[in-house]
Write a protein that binds this ligand. Structure first.
Ligand SMILES: C[S@@+](CC[C@H](N)C(=O)[O-])C[C@H]1O[C@@H](n2cnc3c(N)ncnc32)[C@H](O)[C@@H]1O
Length: 369
């Protein structure tokens, strides 16, 4: 359809709308929701959303594997079509600073042209993978970030059942902004899960003055990653909520050991990176542990609205749980199509929580030294 036809259609459905709003919406959602067929002409991307006979929007998954379904599109758009109270847990690794996964920055990353992505200094002769810089965010970026996560929390609160756990990966420089926004959006703060992991952040000597200040690091070398732990408020007592919705707590690691909020985890292995080449890949050992714990009775569906390579979905498959993912970038979705089957069946050499090995569905194997 031409832009004018689209504008008229929107006015027909919604009443008077500024043509500039229609144009920005098309711009913002191309190529995820719309394809530009020629100058001034757009069509709905067929693989994402199909219109059903009764004209109500119906979702069609771009990819399915075992108990996982993956949708291509903007997560706000896709989530807006979910039924209320239809998911039991959310586990996600969103764009921490928002800007790093905008089309502009992802293009720079793919072209190897820097932008917000930078290569950490090599210290052992090997080339490091690019990491987004969050120190470049200004006041306006932080305001956008907070607005984004307030809206995110509202969207998640609508589609999740009471007591649903919402686990959101973050970064020590930004987690306070995200946590405040999630509470403002109606979710209840339940603390944080700390993943102790050696990251490539911090620890550098002052730029261009390494020798002069050889005993100084500008920031502490970062050795942990926060996972914000939120919940949609429970209905009544936890026991009532567990009976009615199957949610409201965490599944224990074993009869003797509750799920804990300090998790020691290795960086994602090169073996997993080869199977799922995404710049922000999280390791299966961590994800399988979180996914399993997030559904206290082992029933329900886990949603990852920022699915990337589909690692959360693969982890859910590995522990035999249902999952849904949403990813807006077509190239990452293509990665996910091969990564999900490969990661789902990956045998872990060193899964977290030795007592839970069998319930994590991985074979016992001697850990490598
Ligand atoms: C930090 S990465 C997640 C990587 C994932 N943890 C993995 O292991 O592959 C965030 C992902 O969210 C996607 N994304 C960003 N904004 C989105 C949106 N509004 N809707 C859906 N996906 C989005 C990005 O394209 C990116 O792949």
């Amino acid at each position: 359809m031409s832009i004018v036809e689209i504008e008229l259609g929107v006015i027909d459905l919604l009443g008077p709308v500024a043509p500039s709003s229609v144009r920005s919406y098309l711009n913002l959602n191309t190529p995820t929701l719309f394809e530009r067929t020629q100058r001034g002409f757009y069509r709905v991307k067929q693989i994402e959303l199909a219109l059903s006979d009764n004209a109500s929007k119906k979702l069609s998954a771009a990819f399915k594997h075992k108990k996982a379904k993956l949708y291509l599109g903007d997560c706000f758009e896709v989530m807006s079509q979910f039924e209320p109270e239809s998911v039991e847990a959310i586990i996600t690794d969103p764009p921490y600073g928002l800007i790093e996964f905008t089309e502009k920055e992802v293009k720079k990353l793919r072209d190897g042209r820097g932008g917000v992505w930078r290569i950490p200094p090599a210290f052992d002769g090997s080339q490091r993978a690019p990491l987004p810089r969050f120190t470049v965010l200004g006041a306006a970026d932080l305001k956008n970030l907070e607005d984004f996560f307030v809206e995110f929390a509202k969207a998640v609160a609508r589609i999740s059942v009471p007591g649903a756990n919402v686990l959101v990966a973050s970064n020590p420089l930004l987690s306070h902004h995200v946590a405040l926004a999630l509470s403002r959006g109606g979710l209840e703060n339940r603390g944080a899960i700390i993943r102790t992991v050696m990251t490539m952040r911090g620890g550098d000597r002052p730029k261009n003055a390494h020798k002069e200040f050889s005993d100084v690091s500008v920031m502490p070398r970062s050795m942990w990653e926060p996972w914000l732990c939120f919940r949609k408020p429970v209905e009544g007592r936890v026991q009532d909520n567990l009976r009615k919705w199957g949610t409201g707590g965490f599944r224990r690691n074993s009869a003797e050991k509750p799920f804990g909020d300090l998790i020691s985890s290795s960086p994602t292995s090169s073996r997993e990176r080869k199977l799922a080449p995404h710049p922000s890949l999280k390791p299966q050992a961590l994800l399988r542990h979180l996914v399993r714990a997030s559904l206290p009775l082992g029933t329900g569906t886990i949603l990852d609205p920022f699915a990337g390579s589909g690692s959360t979905l693969a982890a859910a498959n590995a522990v035999n749980l249902s999952s849904i993912g949403i990813e807006k970038d077509g190239e990452f979705l293509a990665v996910a199509k091969t990564a999900i089957p490969a990661l789902s069946s990956l045998e872990l050499i060193d899964p977290i929580g030795s007592k839970t090995r069998n319930s994590l569905g991985v074979k016992r194997r001697r850990a490598r030294a």
